[in-house]
Design a protein. Structure first.
Length: 55
């Protein structure tokens, strides 16, 4: 069981490092597109998926 947790933690650390490398490789235009997508996602989460009178 210890080998499972070690393997999982090693895999997660590798994915985290791959994610940082991907973020560091983005150009200015890619950052703007990512910012727009995250902003739209944030506004949709704040808005909710239904109307207020259904709560």
């Amino acid at each position: 069981m210890d080998n499972f947790w070690y393997t999982l933690s090693t895999w997660l650390m590798a994915k985290k490092n791959d994610g940082w490398l991907w973020f560091n490789a983005l150009s200015r235009q890619e950052w703007l597109i990512l910012l727009a997508l995250v902003t739209l996602l944030g506004f949709s989460c704040m808005r909710g998926y239904g109307s207020r009178h259904n709560y």
